[in-house]
Design a protein around this ligand. Structure first.
Ligand SMILES: NC(=O)c1ccc[n+]([C@@H]2O[C@H](COP(=O)([O-])OP(=O)(O)OC[C@H]3O[C@@H](n4cnc5c(N)ncnc54)[C@H](OP(=O)(O)O)[C@@H]3O)[C@@H](O)[C@H]2O)c1
Length: 346
């Protein structure tokens, strides 16, 4: 059996990346069984410096090497590291930086630098698919490399990968979903009379809410996911800034409780219909009939309903998300990228 040893460059080393590194360890036997033995060659952060070792870095070595000294910019680091790794047949950039919702950066520049340097790239960041899917997927295709982002929507539940790998020759006409855990949790809590601020604080304590909670409650996170889904599934060319967007606030509690009193549920729904330039993408509060598959979602649950020809309606539900699931999405993307390259480098 050929063993592939992809060298990984971790761009961003926060919650998701650290969980991913532990998951690689926990999954070592399964990865061995697939003939994949990844190692970490480099790490770069924004405020904590960078580390590189062609021989590989352990979790403890990363912790001791990240120093806080300002280093190169991350695109420079990616380019220089990939140059030093030019004899290595398989390099994968694992991008997990924080998202600037107005521009999709710095992740877009990281994906460009990775592909330009000959690497495959996997990311949990919504920015690249939400702002620059057409460009980046074209560049990846021309380079013969992967650009994968399963973790950007519904954590580890396969959405993009399931549709791409298992639904060939389908046309998706429409989707709608509850894709933001924090707002669904707050809406559920407010139905029961819990104050908005208390429910939001619980999500922040649990590390589920984004560092800047306005990204969740003002609908930005849902808009970024809707844009990514529309760009990929409907061949749209939108950004989060062009998605019609609504959020939730303390005043939404009354409507949520009122809907519940009538057996209905108030949900923040991300949806799109039409294809290409005709795609209309929005995030809006909707009062749902109790039989609606999105109406049964409590707490942090997510779901996505897809209409397609000829398959009809498919609903994917995520009961519980979280860091290890997002880390798992990166792992599945890593396996996909290596398998695609395996034939070429065997
Ligand atoms: N947390 C989740 O459950 C979850 C789920 C799905 C998707 N995501 C997405 O995954 C990504 C990472 O989330 P996280 O929770 O791991 O965030 P985090 O804990 O805040 O970590 C972000 C990391 O990115 C680094 N960084 C930021 N800007 C950078 C730059 N220009 N160059 C190099 N490194 C940079 C930060 O470095 P410093 O610490 O030095 O600033 C930090 O190491 C985000 O895009 C998030 O939306 C997260």
């Amino acid at each position: 059996v050929t063993i592939h040893r992809p060298a990984l460059l971790l761009v961003g080393y926060g919650n998701v990346a650290r969980r991913f590194v532990r998951l690689l360890d926990e999954s070592r036997a399964d990865l061995d069984g697939l003939g994949i033995a990844p190692y970490i060659a480099g790490v770069i952060t924004r405020h904590h410096g960078a580390a590189f070792d062609q021989a590989g870095l352990s979790e403890a070595q990363i912790a001791s090497r990240l120093s806080g000294q300002p280093g190169p910019t991350s695109p420079e680091f990616i380019a220089a590291s990939l140059d030093r790794l030019r004899e290595t047949p398989l390099c994968v950039v694992v991008e997990t930086t924080t998202l600037d919702i107005r521009q999709g950066e710095p992740a877009i520049s990281h994906v460009r630098a990775a592909l330009a340097g000959g690497a495959d790239v996997v990311t949990a960041n919504k920015g690249p698919a939400a702002f620059a899917y057409r460009e980046l997927s074209r560049v990846a295709r021309e380079a013969g490399r992967s650009f994968l982002f399963e973790g950007a929507v519904m954590d580890g539940v396969p959405v993009f990968n399931m549709i791409r790998e298992t639904m060939p020759a389908t046309t998706i006409t429409r989707f709608r979903g509850v894709v933001n855990s924090t707002t669904n949790f707050i809406l559920t809590a407010m139905e029961e009379g819990e104050p908005y601020a208390d429910a939001l604080a619980r999500m922040q304590d649990a590390g589920v809410a984004e560092a800047d909670p306005s990204l969740d409650v003002d609908g930005w996170d849902a808009a970024a996911k809707a844009a990514a889904l529309a760009n990929v599934l409907l061949d749209a060319d939108v950004t989060p800034l062009t998605v019609a967007r609504e959020g939730i606030g303390p005043e939404t509690g009354r409507a949520a409780a009122g809907a519940r009193a009538h057996g209905r549920r108030l949900k923040l729904v991300a949806s799109a219909s039409g294809r290409g330039r005709d795609a209309a993408v929005k995030v809006a509060l909707e009062e749902l009939d109790p039989a609606d598959p999105l109406a049964i979602l409590d707490g942090q649950a997510n779901a996505l309903e897809i209409d397609s020809v000829p398959l009809g309606r498919v609903v994917i539900t995520q009961r519980d998300g979280g860091l290890e699931k997002t880390a798992y999405a990166l792992l599945t993307d890593l396996v996909t990228a290596v398998r695609r390259r395996a034939g070429a480098v065997a």
